[in-house]
Each structure stands twice: as C-alpha cells, then as structure tokens.
Write a protein that binds this ligand. Structure first.
Ligand code: HEC
Length: 152
C-alpha cells in the first residue's frame, strides 16, 4: 500500500514536471507577425465590443448593450497576458475564465458565454487580432517591498 502511494506520487509529480515538454506543450508555438491596425478592424468586424470594452474603441451603436457583463480587455495587469494566453482565450474561451468577475455571469456549466469564432474567422484575422490585443496590455511589475524606504 505504501509503495502504491509512493508510485502514485511519483507519477503525479512526473506528470506535473514533464508536462512542459510533452506533446501538449506550447513549446515551439510561433505564428507570423501580425498587423495592429488590421487587428483593430477584426475586433470591430466580429463585434467583440458587444461584450467587451477596450481602451480607445467605442462600441458601435447597433451593438446590444450587455447588462450581465462587460469584460475589460487590455489595460494594466500584474499577470502576464502572453500571446498564447490571448490566442487561447479566443479559440478556446472555456479553457480558463477571465478573473475578477462573478463566475455565474460569465459561464454556464463550465462553458464560457463568449461566442466561438473558430468556423468564421480566418487565421490571418486571428493573428492580427491577437497582436492588437497584446499591444493593449501593459504589464505592471509585481510590487516588492522597497527596502530603501525602510532605511536599509
Ligand atoms: C457574447 C459575448 C462575447 C463576445 C461577442 C466576445 N466575448 Fe470575449 N469573453 C466573453 C466572456 C463572457 C468572457 C469571460 C469568460 C472567459 O474568460 O471565457 C470573455 C473573455 C475574453 C477574453 C479573456 C479576458 C481575460 O481577462 O482573461 C478575451 C481575450 C476575449 N474574451 C476576447 C474576445 C474577442 C477578441 C472577441 C471578438 C472576436 C470576443 N471576445 C467576443 C464574452 C464575449
């Protein structure tokens, strides 16, 4: 029994450490450079602003005003929004939910309320879109104690 537990622990640890290098690893993921201005147009074309706000873009007046939620895209974040994070958010929204919102308002039974564009958006549009999105996130460094202010 003890050995079985040990074996299970080793297997789990191995899975956790090894997953970076497995076939599912994002390592080697690299798309061609996108175009910021084109990316902005993709956001308008697919009416992302029906459910989102992003600095510098006004939602068109014909967009439904979503009373339940309005998810902020871009801005300052202490969490890295990598290219891969953003791409995943668009093509697989239920993978990880946006933080800071009431879970009930943004998903139902583990499925994100976000529209899936996988069958309508071209790959070029997706590349431009994610390039534009990423340029809207400013990373704020994690705040550390400033030792100087304590007189060290
Ligand atoms: C019908 C509403 C709706 C539409 C339209 C929509 N989204 Fe979303 N989106 C959501 C919801 C709800 C979430 C939060 C749940 C989640 O993370 O999947 C979200 C999350 C996101 C996130 C992750 C944000 C974070 O902080 O983690 C990104 C990026 C995003 N959407 C991009 C887009 C883009 C780009 C479009 C247009 C191509 C779009 N969305 C269209 C509803 C929508």
């Amino acid at each position: 029994m003890k050995y079985l537990m040990l074996l299970i622990i080793v297997l789990i640890a191995n899975g956790l450490i090894g997953c970076d290098l497995g076939a599912e690893s994002p390592q080697g993921f690299n798309l061609p450079a996108g175009n910021n201005d084109e990316g902005k147009l993709v956001l308008v074309k697919y009416k992302c602003l029906a459910c989102h706000t992003i600095n510098g873009l006004e939602p068109a007046s014909d967009l439904i005003d979503n009373a339940d939620f309005s998810i902020v895209l871009g801005g300052k974040s202490s969490q890295v929004k990598t290219y891969a994070d953003l791409l995943t958010s668009v093509i697989n929204p239920s993978h990880k939910f946006a933080r800071g919102y009431k879970l009930d308002s943004i998903q139902t039974d583990g499925v994100s309320k976000m529209t899936i564009y996988n069958d309508v958006m071209t790959v070029t549009e997706l590349i431009n879109l994610v390039t534009f999105l990423q340029s809207n996130y400013q990373l704020i460094p994690y705040k550390r104690n400033d030792y100087q202010s304590y007189g060290y």
